[in-house]
Structures are given as structure tokens and as C-alpha cells.
Design a protein around this ligand. Sequence first.
Ligand SMILES: [Zn+2]
Length: 268
Amino acid sequence: MEKVRRRGGKGGIPTGLIPLGIIPDRLSQGDYRAVGVVLKRKEAPKSRECILFLRGLGAVQVVSPGEKNRFGGGTEPMTWGNFALYQSTHRMYLKGVDIVEDFLPLRRSRRSLSLAVKWCGKLAARLPSGHENDGVLRLLWGSMKNVSLGLSPLLLDVRFAWRWCGVWGVAPSMDFCSGCGASLESSRGVCASQGGFLCEDCSGREGAARRGFAGAEAFAAVKAACVSPRDVFIRESSKLDDMLSGRDDLKSQLEETASLFYSFLVLV
Ligand SMILES: [Zn+2]
């Protein structure tokens, strides 16, 4: 995110960067430019409001008075751009946008589109204002690139949820049992109260409420989807997808695991 200082009242040149992670309670009045993505848009009779997710600024609510199609597709949710902004004494205004990536191929597939919409909705609801979240922003960019490759939405969703947990420091370990700390060869489920995966012994104990899955197969699929580096994941995802084909039990276990990961992402 760059503060733009006017020179001679016309145009603007980018000057120094505001240190990342330290966002003042209120940005000083003036022009800014930042790269990011539109998470959400709300139309009002004489304006539109957007929640943008910006590098160096995190989630920011901006308003753009005037004609609705003033920025073309630049305020469509999931559009990435370089946004020109103006901070007044009390709010941020959107002045313009240069589109960087509109993810058109992703929008043509209903399953891919609904996954990206889900991510943007969760981010709009959960990102705290006043904090940069550049690690999550990079994750979203890479994840949307993966979606546009046509990879399995189910695998991509569990991967995104676990990796978002990782950026925020709440990702459950897939190497050690969260109950007893033993090395985790396999797991029968995730325990919300223990904050992670349980080994066979802990999972079998009375009172160990577990969710997610019941067998080694599903744990292996979750682990492969979440921890593999991007190139390995892209290479292996079709094999994983084939394994899930016709296995509604495994699919629902992966879905439930993703929803449990999302439940760890609530700020208190
Ligand atoms: Zn254990």
C-alpha cells in the first residue's frame, strides 16, 4: 500500500511505504494506492460500498458515490486490481481501479465460482479491520489460481481452510496427536475441544468428541490436500479426486473437516 503525495496539485507519485502490520488507527487524509481484491459489494441508491482486501491494509470498507458502472468490472467481487483510494477525515473512497486479474475462466464454472464466492464471503466476515493480512491475501491469490486450473473444489477448500489456519497460527498438526502428543500415523478425526487431530487411542477414549472422519483413507486424503507443496498438490490432485469419485462417505468427511478448520478461524 502506497501513500500518494500530490505534486503541484496534479497527478501523483508513489512515495514511501507505510510499515506493514502497523496500521495507524486512522490513516492520514490523502490519496493511496493498493493492490488487492474485491470481497463484497453492496449497492445503495446513490452509491456502492465494497469490502476490499488490500495488501498492507487488510480488509477495508470503501464507498464510491456516483454512477453504478463507473468502474466497469473493477468492483465485481473476486476481481483483483490496483485500487486508487482517498482517505477523508472519516472514511475511505474508491477513486479508480486498474484491473489486474478478473478470473474469467473461474467464473464460467458454477462449482469453481461458488467456491471462490464462499472464500470471499468468509474473508469479508472474518478479517479484522485495522490489520494487514498479507499472508492470507497471498493464499487467496494462489488458491484462486488453483481453482482456475479446474482442480477439485473439495480438495481446494480443505487446503485453503487449513492453510488460512496456518497463517493465523491455529492450524492443527497432522504429525502429532493433539490429545497426547504421540506421532500421528493416522487419525480417526479432529477434536474441536482439543484443537486438532486425535490418534486412535485418544479418539477411542470415552468423551472424546470427534468430527471429520473415521478412517485412515480420509486422513491421508486431507493430509495430502493440505500439506503438499503447490506443485505436488497440482500434480497429485487428479489421483486424489479419482480416489474420492463415488465415495460420498469420504467426500462428506472432507467437507466436515474443512468446516471444522473454518470454525478455528473465529477471532475472540
Ligand atoms: Zn493421542
